[in-house]
Design a binder for this molecule. Structure first.
Ligand code: SAM
Length: 202
C-alpha cells in the first residue's frame, strides 16, 4: 500500500514497488532478533533463512520492476520464494487472487508482503491461517494501521510480536517522491498473540 498519488492509475490496482533498501533494513534487524528462537523440530528462520520456505502472496513486479521481496530474499538468502499476484502483468508465478487461492497448509515458514491497503487485514488473517504452526506473517503497513475502530477486535485477538517502524519515509514511485506517512514491518507469529508488541524504530 502507499498513501501518495491517490488519484494515480496505480491506485486502481494498488500496485506500488517497495524499495529493496527498506526490506534489507528490516531483515537485518528482524533476523538478529530471531536468533535463539527455536521451536520443536522446526528450523530457525533467524539462523537458516536460506532453508525457510517463503511465500509472497501479493508479489507485484511488472515489465519494468522486479518483485521486491522475492528479489531480496533470493539475492540475500538464496531461498525458495513462491509468488502470487492477481495482476496478469505481474511477475508472480501464480496469477490469482490470494484471498481465494488454495495454498499448501502448514508448509510456509514465512508469508511476507506489502499488501494492498484496502485488503490488508483480510490478507493478514488468511496468511495467519495458511502459514505453518509457529510460522511468521510479515506485512508492510502504514503506521496508522494500528488506529481504527474496526481493527480493535483484530488487535485484541492477534497482535504482532514485533513492530519495526522505519524512521525514513519511503518512495514507492519512480519519481523518487517520498510517501506522506511512516511505515512499519509488523511480524505476527501463528498461535501466539502477545499482550504487547515489541516495537523498534529502525
Ligand atoms: C502495494 S503492491 C506491492 C507489490 C510488491 N509486494 C512490492 O512490495 O513491491 C500490492 C500488490 O498486490 C497485488 N494484489 C492486490 N490485490 C490482490 C489479491 N487479492 N491477491 C493477490 N494480489 C493482489 C497488486 O496487484 C499489487 O501488485
Amino acid at each position: 500500500m502507499s498513501s501518495t498519488n491517490r488519484g494515480y492509475d496505480r491506485h486502481k490496482v494498488d500496485f506500488y514497488v517497495t524499495p529493496k533498501r527498506c526490506i534489507r533494513e528490516f531483515f537485518s534487524c528482524w533476523l538478529d532478533d530471531l536468533m535463539g528462537e527455536f521451536w520443536d523440530d522446526q528450523l530457525s528462520v533467524g539462523t537458516d533463512p536460506d532453508k525457510a520456505i517463503w511465500l509472497d502472496p501479493c508479489a507485484g513486479g511488472d515489465t519494468t520492476h522486479k518483485m521486491s521481496y522475492p528479489e531480496v530474499i533470493i539475492s540475500e538468502f538464496g531461498a525458495d520464494v513462491d509468488t502470487i499476484d492477481y495482476r496478469q502483468d505481474s511477475l508472480a508465478y501464480r496469477k490469482e487472487d490470494y484471498l481465494l487461492a488454495d495454498v499448501p497448509q502448514n508448509y510456509y515458514d514465512v508469508i511476507i508482503t506489502n499488501p494492498p491497503f484496502y485488503l490488508a487485514q483480510e490478507i493478514i488473517e488468511k496468511a495467519l491461517r495458511d502459514v505453518k504452526d509457529n510460522g511468521y506473517v510479515v506485512m508492510l503497513l502504514r503506521l496508522n494501521f494500528f488506529g481504527s475502530n474496526e481493527r480493535l477486535s483484530f488487535w485484541e485477538r492477534q497482535l504482532p510480536v514485533w513492530t519495526y517502524v522505519h524512521h525514513r519515509r519511503f518512495s514507492f514511485t519512480d519519481d523518487g517522491k517520498t510517501d506522506s506517512i511512516e511505515y512499519m514491518h509488523a511480524v505476527w507469529q501463528k498461535n501466539y498473540s502477545p499482550d504487547f508488541t515489541m516495537l523498534k524504530v529502525i
